[in-house]
Structure formats: C-alpha cells, structure tokens
Write a new protein. Structure first.
Lengths: 246, 420, 169
C-alpha cells in the first residue's frame, strides 16, 4: 500500500545516503558497507519509496530491511547497555570502591547494573578492580574467556591499566593479556569515577562512543613527537623510555 | 580434560599436583563409603573475601582439611618500598592492607621515627589516634557488611556502607582522599585538620553508637545468625597463641591482648576505653567482639577530640619534615631543607627496628632496616591476616562448608595484607 | 623490654647452655637483639620460651647484600605476661642457606618461613611443606634479594601508540 511520505522528507534529503529512512533516521551504512551497486539500488528504492512508488510487498520488504533491522540493532544495544551484569571480581583496594558503587550513595542500581553475577558465564562485564599479579593473570584471562559474547572489560584503577603505584616484577597491566574497553584512572578511583567509566562504556555499547578530546576537536596528528633527527639533541623533552621500576 | 598438548618441564599444573593430600586421604580409610573430594574454592569466588584460594578436602559436606593458597594479589610492595625514599615509600606501604591504610602508614612511620629518634608533637599524636580509630570503625563496618552478605543478610551491606561513606567523607575533608590518604607522615601528620572538621566528627560519633545498636538489633537476636555463628568453629586460646593469632580473634577466645593497652603507643595511654573480650572463641564471639570495638573506638575519638592539644601537627625538625610554605620565601635554610627533602629525602641512621601497632585485624608491625641512606634497605610488614590465616585450617576442621564460609567471614582476612 | 643489663644476663644464660649459640648482643632503640648461630636457633628459642617469651610474633628475612653472611632471618619474640619483646637474629651465607625450621615448635612460623624461602631462598630444614607461597610455583629467582631487579613495565604514552609499541599491539 503506497503511503504518502513527502512530509517527512527533509528538503533535498532523499537522494542522500541514509537520511531517507523516516522512522529512525539512522545511517544504513553501518551494516551495508561494500557493494556500490547494491548501495545504488537501495538508494533508488529509497527514493521510490519516498515518492510513494513502492507498493505492497516491495514497500514491506523495504521497511523490513531498512527500518527494523537498524532499529533492532539499536534496540538490542540499548537493552544490553542498560542491563549489564558485572562479574563479582574484586582484586584489591579498588574492589572496595567498586562495592561502594553498589552501596547507597552512588547507586549503580539506578542504571540497572546492580545484579553482580558470581559466575562469569552469566556476566557480561568484567571490572578488573585492583592490581593483577602474575599469579592471577592466567586466572583473569580464564574468567574472561569463560564469559559469553558480547562481553566488555573495564580496567579500574591505575594498577590494572598501567602498573599504578607499583612498577615492579609482581604485577602485570591488563592490556597485556586481554582486551580492555574502558580504563578508569585513579588510585582508587572514586565510586563516581567508576560510575563515569561504566556510563562511558554504556555509551560505547550503544554505538555512540564518547570520542576523546583529540577526535572531538579534530586534533589527530597533533601529538607531540620529536622528529627523529632531534631525538638526542632535543632538551627538556621527557623521553618516555625505560621507566621500569619508576 | 586437558587440551594443551605441549608440556614444559616446569608445568604449573604438575607443580600444583605435587601438593600432597596423602596425610588427609588416609583419614577416610577405615570407614565404608568414605570418599574424600578435593574442591578448589577460588581465587575467583564470591565468598573468599578477596583472591584467596582454598583447597578444601571434603567428606560429604564436612571439611576434613583445608589448604589456603595465596599470592594472587602479591604486589611486591616490600621490594618497591626499597626503591623509594622514606617519604615516597609511605603511599606504597599504605596500599598493603587496603582497609587499614592509616595503620599501615602508622606502622611504617612509627618505625622510621624510632630510627630517626624524632619526636611526634602531641597534637599530631591525637590526630593520628582520631584517624586510626575512624579507620578501625570503617574497617569493622566493611567487615560487618561483607560478612553479613556472606551469611545472607544482604541489607546489612547497604547500611554499613552508608556509614562507611560518612567516614570516608571525613577522611576526604581532612586529607583530600577517601582511601589511601597519605595523611600520616614521618614526624606527624600531613596537615592540620580543617576548621569545622572536629564538629563533623562529633556529629558522626554522636550517631554511630545508635547505628551500631541498630545493627546489633538487626543481627544479634536473629535466629539464623545465632545458629550460624554460635558454637561454630571455636578454637582454643592456646591453639591461637601457638599459631600467632592476634587481634579480635584472640580477644574472642578470652585473651585481652591489645597493644593499645599493653604497650601503648601514640598517646593511647591518655584514653580510657575497654577491651571487648569473648569467652568461647567461636564465630559468635568474634562477631560480638568486633561490633563492641566500634563503641570503644567511638569513645576514644570523643576523648581525643575533647583533649586535642594545640600545637604543630608535624615535627619541627626541618631535616625530617618539610618546612611550611611561607618560610620558603624568607629563609634560605628552609629552601635548602625543602630541596633536600624533596629530591633525596632524609637520611635515616643505620639500624633495624620492629614497630608493632594494633590494627583492626591484630598486630600489624613494620620492620625497617636502614643502611644510613635515604632509602630503606628492607621494609617488612608483619601483617596480622597473613598469620591469622594459618588458623583457618584448625578452625574449620570437621565443620560444614557453610560454616567454613562463615568462619572465613569472621576471620576477616584482607588479601592485600596477606599477599603484600 | 629487657633492658641492656637483662639482655646481657639472658645472653650469658644462653651461652652457659651452649657456648656457641649467642654470637652477639645489641641493645638498640630500647630493644634487645640477640644474634645467634643458625644451628642453635631451635634450642635458643626453646630456652627463651622457658624464660617467658612464649609468643613468636614474626619471622622475617633480610638480605644484607653486600655484607656477608648475606641472608638473615629475624624472630620477634613477645612475652605477653611481662610485656617484653626480644629479637633473635641469625645470618646465613648465600652458599649454604640452610636454617633449621622452628615450625615444629612454633606452628606460627609455617607460612612465614615459606615466605622467606620464596622471597630470599633460605631453605628451612625440617619444614613440613617448604614451597613457594606468594610467587607462582614455577617462578625462578628469589625476588626480595637485593640483587634481583625490581622489574616492571615501561610506562606507555601516546608516542608509543603512534610508534606501535603500546601493550595491545
């Protein structure tokens, strides 16, 4: 059944890739990267649909393909991000602050994350709260492996992200043996800081990640790098090397 | 069910299998239907209070033997502290027993002050006492919350952490940090308390006894708590002494050994407080002793606030403590002292000192060996939980797994201190 | 604390029982220290238990590198009745780091001696279960010896990411 949809078309919007979808306004490009011809076909169909030229089956198929799928992805991502089950995985001091987010002041239940699961099979978020010793690292990896996809990891505190206060033989940064999505700095991070990190993760899961300031200000490429010919002669430049045992 | 085909000579699993259970397995041979099961609890387990791994040999549900395996949060704190000057080693050492950070710092600073023979001004001593007792209350609250959670009384967790937040607010007001505050320094405390802090502490101590009464009402007459704790896993005082157990565990068994009273340090002799002591040494007594200690700590804090002397909050010895900032603009020596202290640190005369204090878990002592330079040559923290953990096996022999969980909770092990 | 005189009397008693047990006495910062012969540690501690020091509070190790004998073990004794503390120390060379274990007499020394073995490599003869306690079972080396490197990871910066050296690469 042809539906007149001219009202919803932004001026000049129908020919552009993706803005044609009336219901959700998402870019279809996220799952359709690839075939240009395929893309052109979809583009034409979108235009046809908006002019009311698609009818019946075609229209339904179009709607199903375009609108529902992407909305469904978004809906699933929204559901997942608002109902994360963290694993009870306290290692050291940061674990006490992680317990504080469950407590009443910074109430993680507001966001839906209070169901800490003991079994990694039921959890989807691993909060590495504390220092990971070399004896514990294989255990952590095993627990991470036991978690089912999709799963995320937050390295809470300075020790799990980057050795923290103790730069010595006994501990290992989490990035060396498992993928970490969010690093929360602090020693220990305030419960509010951890909450901020978890909410950043939530945004990432919803495919709307917070970009760092460099991306936000389009400042990629402005990192200070001493050119190779000046490496040894440049003065007052902190050379980030050999900081083991610092 | 091993999947790894290539095995190296030093295979971790083989090493673990070398732990022999033979002496225990022979226990079950004279009865029929006796089958001992060795179960691995942890290191990732909701009830093990940190990353403690227990190899439990079970006969049905009865624990026949227990072998704790630790080291899963070993951080090399003692080794790192050797690399840092005394001032810079305080934050490192503080992170050992992460619920008693003021005590870690106190033990280390006390040992260093003994070596330096520097005197701590009375105001600093009282401020240290106030902060340490607040920390003791906070540690007991975390213990109470998590132990009740282990027993199944989940709402206690939220109540205890609510009070813990009040204490952490006080710490934040006095030092800027909630945990690991670096407030206790060599020679005194880092800075004086802000205006209004004493009143806020009094507000807290005014309502803490009522709160503790509420917790007692919630738990102490509860049939389930009583059944799970009364008469469960007692251990005689003589056994505890042989195992070197100190702190609330020893006091629960009837021995009123408390270093604050026995060998007072840091002005504890000025305060009037009692030592709660149990009679049977079972889990119930351990629970009751810790809850009673909260009241005593509140008393100490009130007395300390009442008698808080005026004066400097850190020693005047500029070779040990930083000069106040305003002096740097006018005095050359102050500038030089500041420079030396910040870059190299103060040098400590050579010697070895063992400084014990009473932490919420028992005797926490710091051994410092100085070789005359500005960095310690050896720092060893005698952690109470490390020694107390050895009592787990004798305590839980012959009890059920559920009792094992309750006993672990009542033991109050903090793995950061155990593993350092 | 037994004062300096008391310490000397104690040392004299011990020497009467066994002439070679006490090598030295030291009274430092109001606390007595006895330096004993490693072979005589068990008898010394038993004798001291008889004098009232019935609680062994701590057993810990020290590395005196570069002085020899290099590895030391300290025993902190406590007399709860008389409120006394006493330190008993011994030193063993790296070439022969054997010390009789006091665990059969003092069960509290169990985990503590294992820790000294783990961290310093001192071998306690007669210990029921001497294996590593804090480091992984198959770890090589004794970390808290002074010549063992502190170790650690280099701190990573954005420049390292740009050069492809970050942890996750």
């Amino acid at each position: 059944m042809a539906v007149k949809r001219e009202k919803l078309v932004a001026p000049g919007g129908s020919a552009q890739a993706g803005e044609a979808s009336p219901a959700s306004g998402t870019r279809p490009g996220s799952e359709l990267s690839g075939d240009k011809q395929d893309f052109r076909i979809r583009q034409l169909r979108a235009r046809d649909m908006l002019r009311g030229d698609l009818e019946g089956q075609e229209l339904e198929k179009y709607v199903e393909e375009r609108v529902l799928t992407t909305t469904m992805d978004k809906a699933v991502a929204w559901a997942r991000s608002n109902a994360l089950f963290p694993a009870t995985f306290g290692l050291a001091c940061c674990a006490i602050e992680m317990m504080s987010i469950v407590a009443a002041r910074v109430d993680v239940a507001r966001f839906g994350f209070e169901a800490f699961r003991a079994s990694p099979r039921q959890a989807d978020l691993l909060i590495l709260s504390g220092r990971i010793s070399i004896k514990m690292a294989p255990v952590v990896r095993r627990i991470y492996d036991q978690m089912l996809e999709p799963k995320w990891a937050i390295a809470m505190g300075a020790c799990s992200s980057s050795m923290g206060v103790f730069n010595n033989y006994a501990i290992v940064p989490a990035d060396k043996f498992m993928p970490v999505d969010v690093h929360v700095p602090g020693c220990p991070p305030r419960p509010e800081a951890l909450m901020h990190g978890i909410l950043k993760l939530r945004k990432m899961i919803q495919d709307d990640p917070d970009t760092g300031w460099r991306d936000g200000y389009h400042a990629r490429g402005t990192e200070e790098v001493v050119p190779a010919e000046h490496q040894d002669t440049a003065v007052n430049v902190f050379k980030p090397r050999n900081t083991a045992g610092a | 069910m091993t999947t790894d085909v290539t095995r190296t000579a030093s295979d971790y699993r083989q090493m673990e299998e070398s732990i022999s259970m033979a002496p225990v397995e022979s226990l079950g041979t004279d009865e029929l239907d006796q089958e001992l099961l060795t179960l691995n609890m942890g290191p990732h387990h909701p009830a093990t209070h940190g990353v403690l791994r227990l190899l439990v040999t079970l006969d049905g549900e009865v624990v026949r033997d227990l072998k704790p395996i630790i080291g899963y949060v070993h951080t090399g704190i003692e080794k790192t502290a050797e690399d840092k000057s005394y001032w810079k080693a305080i934050p490192v050492v503080e992170r050992m027993d992460y619920l008693a950070y003021y005590f870690n710092a106190m033990a280390f600073c006390g040992a260093t002050e003994t070596l330096l023979e520097v005197e701590v001004p009375p105001r600093a001593q009282y401020l240290r006492v106030i902060h340490m007792e607040l920390n003791r209350i906070m540690s007991h609250l975390v213990w109470l919350g998590t132990s009740a959670l282990d027993l199944g009384a989940m709402s206690m967790f939220w109540y205890c952490f609510r009070d813990r937040e009040l204490i952490l607010d006080l710490f934040e007001q006095s030092s800027g940090q909630r945990m690991h505050t670096r407030y206790i320094q060599v020679g005194g405390v880092a800075e004086d308390i802000p205006r209004g802090w004493a009143e806020k502490v009094r507000e807290f101590t005014a309502q803490m006894p009522t709160r503790a009464d509420q917790y007692k009402d919630l738990l102490a007459n509860n049939e389930i708590v009583l059944q799970r704790l009364r008469g469960v896993c007692p251990l005689a005082e003589s056994e505890l002494l042989k195992l070197g157990v100190t702190g609330p565990l020893l006091r629960a068994a009837g021995n009123p050994w408390d270093l604050r009273k026995a060998t007072p340090y840091c002005s504890y002799e000025h305060f009037d407080f009692k030592i709660p002591v149990g009679s049977e040494g079972d889990n119930w007594d351990r629970f009751a002793v810790r809850v009673a200690e909260i009241y005593e700590s509140v008393k100490i804090i009130d007395q300390a606030l009442d008698g808080l002397p005026e004066g400097p909050w850190i020693t005047d010895d500029r070779k040990v403590a930083l000069p106040p900032r305003h002096e740097l603009a006018t005095s050359m020596e102050a500038l030089i002292h500041h420079f030396k202290l910040v870059t190299e640190g103060f040098r400590v005369p050579p010697g070895e000192v063992y400084y014990p204090i009473e932490s919420p878990r028992g005797e926490l002592a710091c051994f410092v060996r100085s070789d005359g330079s500005s960095k310690p040559a050896r720092v060893h923290m005698r952690d109470p939980s490390f020694v107390n953990l050895q009592a787990t096996a004798p305590m839980t022999e012959g009890s059920y797994i559920a009792d094992l969980i309750a006993t672990l909770a009542m033991l109050d092990p903090v793995l950061g201190g155990i593993d350092r | 604390m037994p004062d300096a005189v008391g310490l000397e009397l104690l040392a004299q008693e011990l020497r009467e029982a066994d002439a070679e047990s006490v090598l030295d006495t030291l009274y430092f910062r109001d606390k007595g220290q006895l330096i004993v012969n490693p072979a005589a540690i068990r008898t010394t501690l038993e004798h001291l238990r008889g004098k009232g020091f019935d609680a062994l509070m701590s057993v810990h190790g020290v590395d005196y590198h570069p002085e020899e004998p290099r590895l030391g073990v300290h025993y902190e004794l406590l007399d709860m009745g008389a409120l006394d503390r006493l330190t008993v120390k011994l030193r063993v060379p790296l070439a022969d780091p054997h010390v009789p274990s006091v665990t059969p007499d003092w069960p509290t020394a169990d985990h503590q001696e294992r820790e000294i073995y783990d961290m310093f490599g001192v071998i306690f003869d007669g210990h029921p279960d001497l294996r590593r306690i804090l480091m992984p079972e198959d770890y090589e080396g004794y970390p808290q010896r002074r010549d063992f490197p502190v170790g650690g990871e280099p701190v990573m910066f954005t420049i390292d990411e740009a050069e492809g050296k970050a942890y996750t690469q």
